[in-house]
Unconditional design. Structure first.
Length: 187
């Protein structure tokens, strides 16, 4: 299940405070995960597209994603063989003002498009980066049919992402585990 976590923000005339990550809080939500690496990405231009990425086992990653600056559309695609929602996608807008976190579990492709210049994304992962296990699916795969909010600019897409395989050519390493493909929102 994809989980959108709405953080509590405490503000006053000086500014605000939020607890952006709490292992105890995630555990109470049934999300006991062991994060081993933090990643921070900066995109200078509005319309930059990154993804759709995943890592295969034994380096498959759960990701806890947050936008630190700017605004982005975060997209998740079900890549679990046998899933009734295989190839389906959902999206959530994350921005620096809403302080929300998106938990993307193993078995799903992940990507995003920046909606403002100078956008930063920060995410925690449960497995280290492993180049031999780094894979993805094309952002513009017609079988998936993602509706991106801006026309993808070829100059804002890496050569690696532009050459990822289509879903029909993917040998997905993930099996359907019975978990529904839906967005759960928690506070």
């Amino acid at each position: 299940m994809i989980t959108l976590i709405k953080n509590r923000v405490h503000g006053d005339a000086r500014g605000w405070f939020t607890e952006s990550y709490s292992a105890a809080r995630l555990k109470a939500l049934g999300l006991a995960l062991d994060f081993v690496q933090d990643n921070h990405s900066f995109s200078a231009r509005k319309g930059t597209l990154r993804g759709l990425h995943f890592q295969s086992p034994p380096f498959a990653q759960d990701k806890l994603v947050r936008c630190l600056r700017g605004r982005l559309l975060d997209v998740v695609v079900d890549l679990r063989r046998g899933s009734p929602s295989y190839g389906h996608w959902l999206s959530v807008e994350l921005d620096a003002r809403n302080h929300q976190l998106l938990l993307v579990p193993k078995g799903f492709g992940h990507g995003f498009m920046t909606l403002e210049d100078d956008t930063e994304i920060f995410y925690k992962v449960t497995a280290p980066y492993a180049p031999a296990h780094d894979h993805g699916v094309r952002f513009d795969d017609p079988q998936i049919g993602i509706t991106w909010p801006l026309p993808p600019d070829p100059a804002s897409i890496s050569p690696k992402d532009a050459s990822l395989p289509l879903l029909k050519d993917l040998q997905s390493p993930f099996e359907y585990d019975g978990t529904a493909f839906e967005l759960r929102s928690v506070e």
